[in-house]
Design a protein around this ligand. Structure first.
Ligand SMILES: Nc1ncnc2c1ncn2[C@@H]1O[C@H](COP(=O)(O)OP(=O)(O)OP(=O)(O)O)[C@@H](O)[C@H]1O
Ligand SMILES: [Mg+2]
Length: 113
């Protein structure tokens, strides 16, 4: 299994959710976070800004899927979240060792399908 972790603009959540639903993905965790990328949270640099980092509001989506679905999920997020402007966000893919559905005790992919 792979965890797809996407940092996106809050305004793109509805589009991203719809794109994921379209490919059969419903299970996800969404968290309000603050962060910065390579512009250090500024859309342009100005005197004095170099010594600080401005943390901007983003949403973090976490979606655990079977390995063979991870690329498709990431591509759906890219398409739905992109505006073409700086700050569109980032996606990280990480391996997941196991999953357990608490209600049933299902383990592994059975717990997420
Ligand atoms: N290296 C990183 N590690 C962890 N989180 C990151 C990293 N880079 C970006 N993020 C997260 O992604 C969010 C969006 O980053 P952002 O889209 O500005 O990345 P970027 O690399 O600066 O790309 P762009 O040039 O398009 O702005 C940040 O607010 C932060 O939450
Ligand atoms: Mg940036």
């Amino acid at each position: 299994m792979t965890k797809v972790e996407a940092l996106i603009r809050p305004q793109r959540l509805d589009e991203v959710k719809a794109a994921l639903n379209d490919i059969g993905i419903y299970g996800m965790t969404v968290t309000e976070v603050r962060g910065a990328g390579k512009q250090k949270g500024f859309t342009q640099h100005y005197r004095g800004a170099e010594y600080t980092v401005n943390l901007l509001q983003k949403l973090k989506l976490e979606i655990v899927v079977p390995d063979d679905q991870a690329r498709q999920v990431a591509e759906a997020i890219v398409q739905a979240a992109r505006t073409g402007e700086i700050g569109d966000g980032k996606i990280f893919l990480t391996p997941v060792a196991d999953a357990i559905r608490i209600r049933t005790g299902d383990e592994g992919e059975s717990a997420i399908l």
